[in-house]
Design a protein around this ligand. Structure first.
Ligand SMILES: Nc1nc2c(ncn2[C@@H]2O[C@H](COP(=O)(O)OP(=O)(O)OP(=O)(O)O)[C@@H](O)[C@H]2O)c(=O)[nH]1
Ligand SMILES: [Mg+2]
Length: 420
Protein backbone atom coordinates (compact mmCIF):
# COMPACT_ATOMS: atom_id res chain seq x y z
CA UNK A 1 0.00 0.00 0.00
CA UNK A 2 1.34 3.43 -0.85
CA UNK A 3 0.86 5.83 1.97
CA UNK A 4 0.68 9.53 1.62
CA UNK A 5 1.07 11.33 4.91
CA UNK A 6 1.03 14.92 6.01
CA UNK A 7 0.50 17.09 9.08
CA UNK A 8 -2.07 19.78 9.60
CA UNK A 9 -1.99 22.30 12.37
CA UNK A 10 -5.50 23.44 13.17
CA UNK A 11 -6.88 25.90 15.65
CA UNK A 12 -10.47 26.28 16.78
CA UNK A 13 -11.93 29.78 17.01
CA UNK A 14 -11.70 31.79 20.21
CA UNK A 15 -14.86 32.50 22.11
CA UNK A 16 -15.92 36.14 22.31
CA UNK A 17 -15.98 37.87 25.68
CA UNK A 18 -19.14 38.48 27.62
CA UNK A 19 -19.77 42.04 28.67
CA UNK A 20 -20.95 43.77 31.85
CA UNK A 21 -23.46 46.49 31.07
CA UNK A 22 -26.32 48.15 32.89
CA UNK A 23 -29.32 50.16 32.00
CA UNK A 24 -29.89 52.63 34.75
CA UNK A 25 -33.38 53.80 35.44
CA UNK A 26 -34.27 56.81 37.57
CA UNK A 27 -34.52 55.94 41.20
CA UNK A 28 -32.87 52.54 40.77
CA UNK A 29 -29.28 53.05 41.80
CA UNK A 30 -28.16 49.52 40.88
CA UNK A 31 -29.39 49.46 37.31
CA UNK A 32 -30.49 46.44 35.34
CA UNK A 33 -27.73 44.12 33.99
CA UNK A 34 -27.93 43.89 30.19
CA UNK A 35 -24.54 42.57 29.12
CA UNK A 36 -24.75 39.91 26.41
CA UNK A 37 -22.68 36.77 25.99
CA UNK A 38 -19.74 36.38 23.63
CA UNK A 39 -20.25 34.09 20.63
CA UNK A 40 -18.66 30.64 20.61
CA UNK A 41 -15.60 30.11 18.45
CA UNK A 42 -15.91 27.95 15.33
CA UNK A 43 -15.12 24.22 15.44
CA UNK A 44 -12.52 22.43 13.36
CA UNK A 45 -14.04 19.67 11.24
CA UNK A 46 -12.50 17.19 8.83
CA UNK A 47 -14.89 16.08 6.11
CA UNK A 48 -14.43 13.48 3.40
CA UNK A 49 -14.97 15.18 0.08
CA UNK A 50 -14.63 13.54 -3.30
CA UNK A 51 -13.67 16.76 -5.00
CA UNK A 52 -10.32 16.39 -3.24
CA UNK A 53 -8.03 13.67 -4.57
CA UNK A 54 -4.86 14.17 -2.56
CA UNK A 55 -3.38 15.66 0.59
CA UNK A 56 -1.37 18.09 -1.47
CA UNK A 57 -3.15 21.23 -0.26
CA UNK A 58 -2.15 20.47 3.34
CA UNK A 59 1.45 19.94 2.37
CA UNK A 60 1.41 23.40 0.87
CA UNK A 61 -0.73 25.04 3.56
CA UNK A 62 -0.45 23.21 6.86
CA UNK A 63 -1.93 25.94 9.10
CA UNK A 64 -5.66 26.50 9.41
CA UNK A 65 -7.85 28.38 11.86
CA UNK A 66 -11.57 28.52 12.50
CA UNK A 67 -13.40 31.84 12.96
CA UNK A 68 -13.58 33.47 16.37
CA UNK A 69 -16.79 34.48 18.10
CA UNK A 70 -17.40 38.18 18.56
CA UNK A 71 -17.89 39.89 21.90
CA UNK A 72 -21.25 40.43 23.49
CA UNK A 73 -22.55 43.97 23.80
CA UNK A 74 -25.01 45.79 26.03
CA UNK A 75 -28.73 45.59 25.49
CA UNK A 76 -28.66 41.78 25.77
CA UNK A 77 -26.88 41.49 22.42
CA UNK A 78 -24.89 38.27 22.10
CA UNK A 79 -21.78 38.05 19.98
CA UNK A 80 -21.82 36.15 16.71
CA UNK A 81 -20.64 32.53 16.54
CA UNK A 82 -17.32 32.05 14.74
CA UNK A 83 -17.39 30.19 11.45
CA UNK A 84 -16.52 26.49 11.57
CA UNK A 85 -13.42 25.46 9.72
CA UNK A 86 -14.27 22.60 7.38
CA UNK A 87 -11.17 20.86 6.13
CA UNK A 88 -11.93 18.68 3.13
CA UNK A 89 -9.93 15.47 2.79
CA UNK A 90 -10.04 12.71 0.21
CA UNK A 91 -12.26 9.76 1.03
CA UNK A 92 -10.11 7.13 2.68
CA UNK A 93 -8.19 9.55 4.88
CA UNK A 94 -7.32 8.42 8.38
CA UNK A 95 -6.83 11.12 10.99
CA UNK A 96 -4.56 10.88 14.03
CA UNK A 97 -4.32 13.36 16.88
CA UNK A 98 -1.22 14.82 18.57
CA UNK A 99 -0.58 11.70 20.59
CA UNK A 100 -0.88 9.43 17.57
CA UNK A 101 -4.32 8.09 18.45
CA UNK A 102 -6.65 7.50 15.56
CA UNK A 103 -9.57 9.90 15.63
CA UNK A 104 -11.41 8.92 12.49
CA UNK A 105 -11.25 6.95 9.31
CA UNK A 106 -13.30 8.90 6.81
CA UNK A 107 -14.34 6.66 3.98
CA UNK A 108 -17.67 7.82 2.63
CA UNK A 109 -17.94 11.25 1.06
CA UNK A 110 -19.71 13.54 3.52
CA UNK A 111 -18.52 11.64 6.59
CA UNK A 112 -17.05 14.10 9.05
CA UNK A 113 -15.54 14.47 12.48
CA UNK A 114 -15.30 17.48 14.77
CA UNK A 115 -11.73 17.35 16.00
CA UNK A 116 -11.62 20.60 17.96
CA UNK A 117 -14.47 22.45 19.60
CA UNK A 118 -14.44 26.21 19.39
CA UNK A 119 -13.72 28.13 22.58
CA UNK A 120 -16.92 28.93 24.48
CA UNK A 121 -18.07 32.48 24.51
CA UNK A 122 -17.96 34.18 27.91
CA UNK A 123 -21.21 35.03 29.63
CA UNK A 124 -22.25 38.62 30.04
CA UNK A 125 -23.51 39.96 33.34
CA UNK A 126 -27.16 39.51 32.33
CA UNK A 127 -26.57 35.76 32.50
CA UNK A 128 -25.50 35.93 36.13
CA UNK A 129 -28.66 37.47 37.49
CA UNK A 130 -30.10 35.29 40.28
CA UNK A 131 -32.11 35.88 43.42
CA UNK A 132 -28.81 36.07 45.24
CA UNK A 133 -27.16 38.39 42.72
CA UNK A 134 -29.63 40.89 41.37
CA UNK A 135 -27.14 43.24 39.86
CA UNK A 136 -24.02 41.27 39.01
CA UNK A 137 -21.19 43.29 37.57
CA UNK A 138 -19.26 40.21 36.51
CA UNK A 139 -18.68 38.82 33.05
CA UNK A 140 -16.54 36.05 31.63
CA UNK A 141 -13.74 36.10 29.11
CA UNK A 142 -14.08 33.96 26.03
CA UNK A 143 -12.10 30.73 25.94
CA UNK A 144 -9.19 30.33 23.62
CA UNK A 145 -9.82 27.86 20.83
CA UNK A 146 -7.85 24.64 21.27
CA UNK A 147 -5.10 23.90 18.80
CA UNK A 148 -3.53 20.66 17.74
CA UNK A 149 -1.40 19.09 15.07
CA UNK A 150 -3.12 16.25 13.27
CA UNK A 151 -1.57 13.67 11.03
CA UNK A 152 -3.49 12.73 7.92
CA UNK A 153 -2.81 9.48 6.22
CA UNK A 154 -4.14 8.49 2.85
CA UNK A 155 -3.60 4.95 1.79
CA UNK A 156 -3.43 5.01 -1.94
CA UNK A 157 -4.16 1.80 -3.72
CA UNK A 158 -2.90 2.13 -7.22
CA UNK A 159 -5.86 1.40 -9.43
CA UNK A 160 -3.63 0.57 -12.36
CA UNK A 161 0.09 -0.20 -12.67
CA UNK A 162 2.36 0.30 -15.65
CA UNK A 163 4.31 -2.82 -16.47
CA UNK A 164 7.06 -2.89 -19.08
CA UNK A 165 10.70 -3.44 -19.93
CA UNK A 166 13.17 -0.87 -18.67
CA UNK A 167 13.10 2.19 -20.94
CA UNK A 168 9.67 1.28 -22.36
CA UNK A 169 8.41 4.78 -21.57
CA UNK A 170 6.45 4.12 -18.34
CA UNK A 171 7.66 7.20 -16.52
CA UNK A 172 7.19 9.38 -19.58
CA UNK A 173 3.62 8.15 -19.84
CA UNK A 174 2.68 8.84 -16.21
CA UNK A 175 4.30 12.27 -16.48
CA UNK A 176 2.15 12.98 -19.55
CA UNK A 177 -1.15 11.96 -17.95
CA UNK A 178 -0.80 12.99 -14.30
CA UNK A 179 0.95 15.49 -12.05
CA UNK A 180 3.64 12.92 -11.19
CA UNK A 181 7.12 14.12 -12.10
CA UNK A 182 9.30 11.02 -12.17
CA UNK A 183 12.83 11.01 -13.48
CA UNK A 184 12.99 10.12 -17.16
CA UNK A 185 16.15 9.04 -18.96
CA UNK A 186 17.17 6.90 -21.89
CA UNK A 187 18.89 4.24 -19.84
CA UNK A 188 17.32 1.26 -18.10
CA UNK A 189 16.34 1.26 -14.42
CA UNK A 190 15.84 4.98 -14.17
CA UNK A 191 12.89 4.40 -11.89
CA UNK A 192 13.87 2.74 -8.62
CA UNK A 193 10.78 3.46 -6.59
CA UNK A 194 7.17 3.52 -7.63
CA UNK A 195 5.59 6.86 -8.46
CA UNK A 196 1.91 7.42 -8.10
CA UNK A 197 -0.11 9.87 -10.07
CA UNK A 198 -3.79 10.73 -10.04
CA UNK A 199 -5.14 10.64 -13.57
CA UNK A 200 -8.20 12.80 -14.02
CA UNK A 201 -10.15 13.07 -17.25
CA UNK A 202 -13.76 14.00 -17.90
CA UNK A 203 -15.39 13.10 -14.61
CA UNK A 204 -13.27 10.05 -13.94
CA UNK A 205 -10.23 9.69 -11.76
CA UNK A 206 -7.87 6.84 -11.05
CA UNK A 207 -4.48 6.34 -9.44
CA UNK A 208 -1.77 5.10 -11.74
CA UNK A 209 1.52 3.61 -10.56
CA UNK A 210 4.75 3.87 -12.49
CA UNK A 211 7.01 1.10 -11.31
CA UNK A 212 10.56 0.05 -12.13
CA UNK A 213 11.21 -1.87 -15.34
CA UNK A 214 10.73 -5.60 -15.47
CA UNK A 215 13.22 -7.98 -17.13
CA UNK A 216 13.44 -11.69 -17.77
CA UNK A 217 14.17 -13.47 -14.49
CA UNK A 218 12.63 -10.72 -12.38
CA UNK A 219 10.44 -13.23 -10.60
CA UNK A 220 13.63 -14.91 -9.36
CA UNK A 221 14.96 -11.59 -8.20
CA UNK A 222 16.82 -10.35 -11.30
CA UNK A 223 16.92 -6.66 -12.02
CA UNK A 224 14.89 -4.96 -9.35
CA UNK A 225 13.10 -8.22 -8.79
CA UNK A 226 10.43 -8.88 -6.27
CA UNK A 227 10.17 -5.52 -4.68
CA UNK A 228 8.30 -3.93 -7.54
CA UNK A 229 6.37 -7.02 -8.55
CA UNK A 230 4.72 -6.68 -5.19
CA UNK A 231 3.58 -3.23 -6.21
CA UNK A 232 2.01 -4.74 -9.29
CA UNK A 233 0.12 -7.10 -7.08
CA UNK A 234 -1.64 -4.20 -5.36
CA UNK A 235 -3.03 -2.70 -8.52
CA UNK A 236 -6.36 -3.85 -9.83
CA UNK A 237 -5.56 -3.29 -13.49
CA UNK A 238 -2.31 -3.89 -15.36
CA UNK A 239 -1.22 -1.66 -18.21
CA UNK A 240 1.43 -3.48 -20.18
CA UNK A 241 3.67 -1.16 -22.19
CA UNK A 242 5.66 -2.56 -25.10
CA UNK A 243 8.70 -0.75 -26.49
CA UNK A 244 9.02 -0.60 -30.31
CA UNK A 245 12.58 0.78 -30.07
CA UNK A 246 14.12 -2.56 -29.12
CA UNK A 247 12.27 -4.78 -31.59
CA UNK A 248 15.55 -5.80 -33.28
CA UNK A 249 16.39 -7.89 -30.22
CA UNK A 250 13.02 -8.05 -28.47
CA UNK A 251 9.98 -8.03 -30.75
CA UNK A 252 6.87 -6.79 -28.97
CA UNK A 253 5.39 -10.30 -28.90
CA UNK A 254 8.52 -11.49 -27.09
CA UNK A 255 8.26 -8.58 -24.64
CA UNK A 256 4.61 -9.47 -24.00
CA UNK A 257 5.45 -13.15 -23.37
CA UNK A 258 8.36 -12.34 -21.09
CA UNK A 259 6.31 -9.84 -19.08
CA UNK A 260 3.33 -12.16 -18.68
CA UNK A 261 5.70 -15.02 -17.84
CA UNK A 262 7.33 -13.03 -15.05
CA UNK A 263 4.01 -11.85 -13.67
CA UNK A 264 2.70 -15.41 -13.66
CA UNK A 265 5.86 -16.78 -12.04
CA UNK A 266 5.57 -14.22 -9.30
CA UNK A 267 1.91 -14.88 -8.70
CA UNK A 268 -0.40 -16.80 -11.03
CA UNK A 269 -3.24 -14.64 -9.81
CA UNK A 270 -1.68 -11.65 -11.58
CA UNK A 271 -2.58 -13.23 -14.92
CA UNK A 272 -6.25 -13.04 -13.97
CA UNK A 273 -6.09 -9.30 -13.51
CA UNK A 274 -7.80 -7.18 -16.13
CA UNK A 275 -5.10 -5.79 -18.41
CA UNK A 276 -4.58 -3.63 -21.42
CA UNK A 277 -1.63 -3.60 -23.89
CA UNK A 278 -0.07 -0.57 -25.46
CA UNK A 279 2.85 -0.09 -27.82
CA UNK A 280 4.64 3.13 -26.82
CA UNK A 281 6.68 5.69 -28.77
CA UNK A 282 4.15 5.82 -31.64
CA UNK A 283 6.11 8.70 -33.11
CA UNK A 284 9.02 6.37 -33.95
CA UNK A 285 8.99 4.89 -37.49
CA UNK A 286 9.13 1.26 -36.25
CA UNK A 287 6.13 1.66 -33.94
CA UNK A 288 3.35 0.99 -36.43
CA UNK A 289 4.71 -2.35 -37.61
CA UNK A 290 5.26 -3.36 -33.99
CA UNK A 291 1.68 -2.52 -33.07
CA UNK A 292 0.35 -4.69 -35.92
CA UNK A 293 1.89 -7.74 -34.25
CA UNK A 294 -0.50 -7.42 -31.34
CA UNK A 295 -3.86 -6.36 -32.76
CA UNK A 296 -5.49 -5.61 -29.40
CA UNK A 297 -2.67 -3.25 -28.38
CA UNK A 298 -3.16 0.49 -28.28
CA UNK A 299 -0.56 2.63 -30.02
CA UNK A 300 0.43 5.70 -28.02
CA UNK A 301 3.01 8.44 -27.97
CA UNK A 302 3.57 10.26 -24.71
CA UNK A 303 5.47 12.86 -26.70
CA UNK A 304 2.86 13.76 -29.33
CA UNK A 305 -0.10 12.61 -27.24
CA UNK A 306 -1.37 10.34 -30.02
CA UNK A 307 -3.61 7.55 -28.73
CA UNK A 308 -3.16 8.60 -25.09
CA UNK A 309 -6.76 9.60 -24.47
CA UNK A 310 -8.10 6.34 -25.91
CA UNK A 311 -5.75 4.36 -23.69
CA UNK A 312 -6.87 6.31 -20.62
CA UNK A 313 -10.48 5.54 -21.46
CA UNK A 314 -9.68 1.85 -21.75
CA UNK A 315 -7.84 1.84 -18.41
CA UNK A 316 -10.59 3.89 -16.79
CA UNK A 317 -13.28 1.45 -17.90
CA UNK A 318 -11.38 -1.52 -16.44
CA UNK A 319 -10.72 0.32 -13.20
CA UNK A 320 -14.35 1.24 -12.94
CA UNK A 321 -15.43 -2.35 -13.38
CA UNK A 322 -12.89 -3.63 -10.85
CA UNK A 323 -13.91 -0.90 -8.41
CA UNK A 324 -17.52 -1.98 -8.49
CA UNK A 325 -16.53 -5.58 -7.80
CA UNK A 326 -14.46 -4.61 -4.75
CA UNK A 327 -15.86 -5.17 -1.25
CA UNK A 328 -16.79 -2.00 0.57
CA UNK A 329 -14.74 -0.62 3.39
CA UNK A 330 -16.59 0.93 6.27
CA UNK A 331 -15.54 4.22 7.77
CA UNK A 332 -15.92 5.31 11.32
CA UNK A 333 -15.53 8.18 13.68
CA UNK A 334 -14.23 7.35 17.11
CA UNK A 335 -16.01 8.84 20.08
CA UNK A 336 -13.74 9.14 23.04
CA UNK A 337 -14.73 9.72 26.65
CA UNK A 338 -14.63 13.35 27.69
CA UNK A 339 -11.35 14.21 29.34
CA UNK A 340 -11.46 14.67 33.11
CA UNK A 341 -12.34 18.22 34.09
CA UNK A 342 -9.13 18.86 35.95
CA UNK A 343 -6.00 17.42 37.49
CA UNK A 344 -3.84 18.66 40.37
CA UNK A 345 -0.07 18.49 40.27
CA UNK A 346 2.74 19.91 42.31
CA UNK A 347 5.31 21.89 40.36
CA UNK A 348 8.02 23.31 42.60
CA UNK A 349 6.28 25.47 45.17
CA UNK A 350 3.13 25.78 43.14
CA UNK A 351 0.01 23.63 42.87
CA UNK A 352 -0.94 23.49 39.21
CA UNK A 353 -4.56 22.76 38.38
CA UNK A 354 -4.96 21.76 34.74
CA UNK A 355 -8.05 21.05 32.69
CA UNK A 356 -10.71 22.86 30.81
CA UNK A 357 -13.27 22.64 33.64
CA UNK A 358 -10.94 24.37 36.09
CA UNK A 359 -9.97 27.01 33.55
CA UNK A 360 -13.62 27.70 32.87
CA UNK A 361 -14.28 28.19 36.55
CA UNK A 362 -11.91 31.14 36.80
CA UNK A 363 -12.24 32.81 33.44
CA UNK A 364 -13.80 36.00 34.71
CA UNK A 365 -12.79 39.20 33.06
CA UNK A 366 -11.87 40.77 36.37
CA UNK A 367 -11.10 38.55 39.32
CA UNK A 368 -10.43 41.55 41.53
CA UNK A 369 -14.17 42.10 41.37
CA UNK A 370 -15.34 40.49 44.64
CA UNK A 371 -18.45 39.03 42.95
CA UNK A 372 -16.25 37.37 40.36
CA UNK A 373 -13.86 36.04 42.97
CA UNK A 374 -16.76 34.56 44.96
CA UNK A 375 -18.27 32.99 41.90
CA UNK A 376 -14.92 31.49 40.88
CA UNK A 377 -14.41 30.04 44.35
CA UNK A 378 -17.90 28.54 44.30
CA UNK A 379 -17.31 26.94 40.94
CA UNK A 380 -13.98 25.49 42.00
CA UNK A 381 -15.60 24.04 45.06
CA UNK A 382 -18.42 22.52 43.07
CA UNK A 383 -15.96 20.96 40.64
CA UNK A 384 -14.12 19.42 43.56
CA UNK A 385 -10.91 21.35 42.94
CA UNK A 386 -10.74 22.53 46.48
CA UNK A 387 -11.17 19.04 47.92
CA UNK A 388 -8.60 17.69 45.49
CA UNK A 389 -6.10 20.31 46.59
CA UNK A 390 -6.67 19.42 50.21
CA UNK A 391 -6.29 15.72 49.40
CA UNK A 392 -3.08 16.42 47.57
CA UNK A 393 -1.73 18.13 50.67
CA UNK A 394 -2.16 21.81 49.85
CA UNK A 395 -1.80 24.08 52.87
CA UNK A 396 -3.43 27.40 53.48
CA UNK A 397 -1.24 30.07 51.98
CA UNK A 398 0.21 27.83 49.23
CA UNK A 399 0.22 29.19 45.71
CA UNK A 400 -2.23 27.64 43.23
CA UNK A 401 -2.03 28.18 39.48
CA UNK A 402 -4.91 27.73 37.05
CA UNK A 403 -4.11 28.80 33.51
CA UNK A 404 -2.41 32.20 33.71
CA UNK A 405 -3.88 32.88 37.11
CA UNK A 406 -2.04 32.48 40.43
CA UNK A 407 -3.66 32.88 43.80
CA UNK A 408 -3.25 31.93 47.41
CA UNK A 409 -4.99 28.81 48.66
CA UNK A 410 -7.65 29.51 51.30
CA UNK A 411 -10.42 27.01 51.88
CA UNK A 412 -13.92 28.44 51.90
CA UNK A 413 -14.36 27.35 55.49
CA UNK A 414 -11.39 29.42 56.57
CA UNK A 415 -12.69 32.42 54.73
CA UNK A 416 -15.96 32.03 56.57
CA UNK A 417 -14.04 31.88 59.83
CA UNK A 418 -12.09 35.01 58.94
CA UNK A 419 -15.24 36.88 58.04
CA UNK A 420 -16.91 36.15 61.32
N1 LIG B 1 10.16 9.10 -29.18
C1 LIG B 1 9.62 8.81 -28.01
N2 LIG B 1 10.42 8.55 -26.96
C2 LIG B 1 9.85 8.24 -25.77
C3 LIG B 1 8.45 8.18 -25.61
N3 LIG B 1 8.20 7.85 -24.32
C4 LIG B 1 9.39 7.71 -23.71
N4 LIG B 1 10.40 7.94 -24.58
C5 LIG B 1 11.83 7.91 -24.25
O1 LIG B 1 12.20 6.63 -23.80
C6 LIG B 1 13.23 6.74 -22.82
C7 LIG B 1 12.83 6.00 -21.55
O2 LIG B 1 11.72 6.65 -20.99
P1 LIG B 1 11.27 6.40 -19.48
O3 LIG B 1 9.93 7.02 -19.39
O4 LIG B 1 12.32 6.84 -18.54
O5 LIG B 1 11.17 4.84 -19.46
P2 LIG B 1 10.80 3.88 -18.24
O6 LIG B 1 9.95 2.80 -18.77
O7 LIG B 1 10.24 4.67 -17.14
O8 LIG B 1 12.22 3.33 -17.86
P3 LIG B 1 12.74 2.69 -16.46
O9 LIG B 1 12.31 3.59 -15.36
O10 LIG B 1 14.20 2.65 -16.61
O11 LIG B 1 12.13 1.34 -16.37
C8 LIG B 1 13.45 8.22 -22.61
O12 LIG B 1 14.57 8.63 -23.35
C9 LIG B 1 12.19 8.84 -23.14
O13 LIG B 1 12.39 10.15 -23.63
C10 LIG B 1 7.62 8.47 -26.75
O14 LIG B 1 6.39 8.45 -26.70
N5 LIG B 1 8.27 8.77 -27.91
MG1 LIG C 1 10.90 4.98 -15.30
Amino acid sequence: MFVDRTQVHARAGNGGAGVAAFVRAKGKPQGKPTGGNGGNGGDVVFRADDSVGTLLMYKRHPHHKAGSGTHGTGDFQHGRTGEDLILPVPSGTTIYDDSGRMVADLVEPGQQVVVLKGGRGGRGNAAFVSPKRRAPSICEQGEYGAEETFTLELKLMADAALVGFPNAGKSTFIAAVSAAKPKIADYPFTTLEPNLGVVAFDDQEFVLADIPGLIEGAAEGKGLGHEFLRHTERAQVLVILLDPAITATHPVTVQRDVLLGELGDFSPELLERPRVFAVTKADLPEAEAAAKEIPEAHLVSSITGAGVRELLFAIGALVDKAERARPEREGYVLHRPVRPQFSVERSGDVWVVEGIGARRAVRFADLTNPQAADMAAERLERLGVEAALVDAGAQIGDTVRIGDLEFEFLTLDDEDVEEQ
